[in-house]
Design a protein around this ligand. Structure first.
Ligand code: FAD
Length: 176
């Protein structure tokens, strides 16, 4: 379902990753892990790309989090400011958090880089809903400075004994 909405906040997560928050339209509902298609325009084109909502359905805003690539869509997204108007279609996708599944009490999550977005949504949802699921997240990045949501995930595991986050940094040099 298409809708127009407004940017409310832009957050620089890492040198190469930005989150953009939008007003959540009345009646818009989605499941943790779903994605939307965002339409942006530059001087010559209208461009559409899919993005997982990194926000949780329990939050009162919509958020997408994008790795900046220097390409036209990425540059148009980097130009968004509070008050910018955008068009969004969705939600879509079946990679969602199954809260009513009896066999889902022990959950393993694997993420590389910006693939963290649906998992951040699911973890935040699980916490906000006080779900008892045990979650282990393996979060791999090439460099520490690439780790979006790093502080948040550290706090999450400090404050929730059922959630464990294990980071791997693939470019780290091994000491002699
Ligand atoms: C369901 C879904 C959810 C997604 N969620 C997210 C998300 O949460 N966050 C996120 O950052 N991204 C997400 N993506 C990916 C996102 O839609 C974009 O594809 C991505 O961000 C790159 O877009 P871009 O315009 O910056 O780069 P693009 O210009 O699309 O370039 C992407 C890559 O392709 C290469 N490339 C581009 N053109 C060519 C060419 N002609 N020949 C060879 N190589 C080329 C580029 O070098 C680059 O490595 C998701 C995708 C899907 C399908």
């Amino acid at each position: 379902m298409p809708f127009e909405t407004e940017v409310t906040k832009v957050i620089q997560r890492t040198p190469n990753v930005k989150s953009v928050r939008f007003e959540k339209p009345w009646g818009f509902s989605y499941l943790a892990g779903q994605y939307v298609v965002l339409t942006l325009s530059d001087s010559s084109n209208q461009m559409k790309k899919p993005f997982t909502l990194s926000s949780s359905p329990t939050e009162d805003f919509l958020e997408i989090t994008k790795k900046l690539t220097g390409h036209p869509f990425s540059n148009a997204l980097a130009e968004l400011r509070p008050g910018s108007q955008v068009s969004i279609n969705g939600p879509y996708g079946e990679f969602t958090f199954q809260t009513e599944c009896n066999e889902c009490n022990n959950i393993g999550m694997l993420s590389g880089g910006i693939g963290i977005t649906p998992l951040r949504s699911m973890i935040k949802y699980s916490i906000d809903k006080n779900l008892s699921a045990n979650i282990i997240l393996l979060y791999s990045n090439s460099d520490e400075s690439d780790m979006a949501f790093r502080d948040e995930l550290e706090n999450v595991q400090r404050e929730n004994s059922n959630i464990k986050v294990i980071d791997t940094i693939t470019s780290a040099s091994i000491p002699n």
